[in-house]
Design a protein around this ligand. Structure first.
Ligand code: 13P
Length: 251
């Protein structure tokens, strides 16, 4: 299974900035990318085309959307369809990022609809899950992860091609805070995610990638991706500069 080193640029970067960072990343990381790694960058919709153009023809470099809507087309002002992402050259889409859930207010059900729809439309999907700090303190981590996974994956066929479905465990309290989860916390959560995926998809789930996200940086990435059941990372802040993301990608 190839490790997926993924960047989420959130609401940062104009077209020109995105293009420059993508060029720098290819320059720094493409030639020396280990054979068992893939790179994904998820820019804002408005600069996705710039990154897709730079990555076109670069082996194992992919682009993705940070979100998408669960209809092919129609009167859905402000939304973007999976087909539109594919048309720009993207092959991945995120669903259920904590900022979509907790800032924009997306429900587990909507996240689940998007996940199933995106996969059916031909995208590879990274379903993001993770608990709030109050939920961790209350001992509810597994309950929250199980609910987000069960509802988030409810419409996904059991025989889905496993490399097209990833889960990112992103504890909300570790996102953008500099407070990375400890190895024990990551191991425990990832083992639970894997167990739940196996319960839903059977053996197929052993080929699905489970990524960690939350304050990943060049100095902690190697330790994190060496942990059991960690098949990649999803990086926010430290992915915005080509220099630091290339160090993560090659860590
Ligand atoms: P940070 O890497 O900035 O903590 O963000 C993580 C994240 O939300 C990736 O999706």
């Amino acid at each position: 299974m190839k490790k997926l080193m993924a960047a989420n640029w959130k609401m940062f970067k104009t077209w020109d900035e995105a293009q420059a960072t993508a060029l720098e990343l290819v320059d720094l990381a493409a030639a020396s990318l280990p054979a068992d790694r893939e790179v994904l960058v998820c820019p804002p919709f408005t600069s996705l085309g710039a990154v897709a153009e730079v990555f076109a023809g670069v082996p194992r470099f992919f682009t993705g959307g940070q979100d998408f809507y669960c209809r092919e087309e129609g009167a859905f002002t402000g939304e973007i369809a999976p087909g539109m992402l594919l048309d720009l050259g993207a092959s991945f889409g995120l669903t259920g990022h904590s900022e979509r859930r907790h800032v924009i207010g997306e429900s587990d059900q909507l996240v689940g609809e998007k996940t199933a729809f995106g996969l059916a439309a031909g995208l590879s999907v990274i379903l993001c899950v993770g608990e709030l700090i109050e939920e961790r303190r209350a001992g509810r981590v597994e309950e929250v992860l199980e609910r987000q996974l069960r509802i988030g994956l409810a419409g996904v066929p059991r025989d889905i091609e496993p490399k097209r479905l990833c889960v990112a465990y992103e504890p909300v309290w570790a996102i953008g805070t500099g407070e990375v989860a400890g190895p024990g916390e990551i191991l425990e959560a990832h083992a639970f995610v894997r167990k739940t995926l196996v319960a839903i998809f059977g053996d197929n789930a052993n080929e699905m990638r489970v990524l960690y996200g939350g304050s990943v940086k060049p100095s902690n990435c190697a330790e994190i991706i060496a942990l059991d059941n960690v098949d990649g990372v999803l990086v926010g802040g430290a992915s915005l500069q080509g220099e630091s993301f290339s160090q993560i990608v090659l860590a």
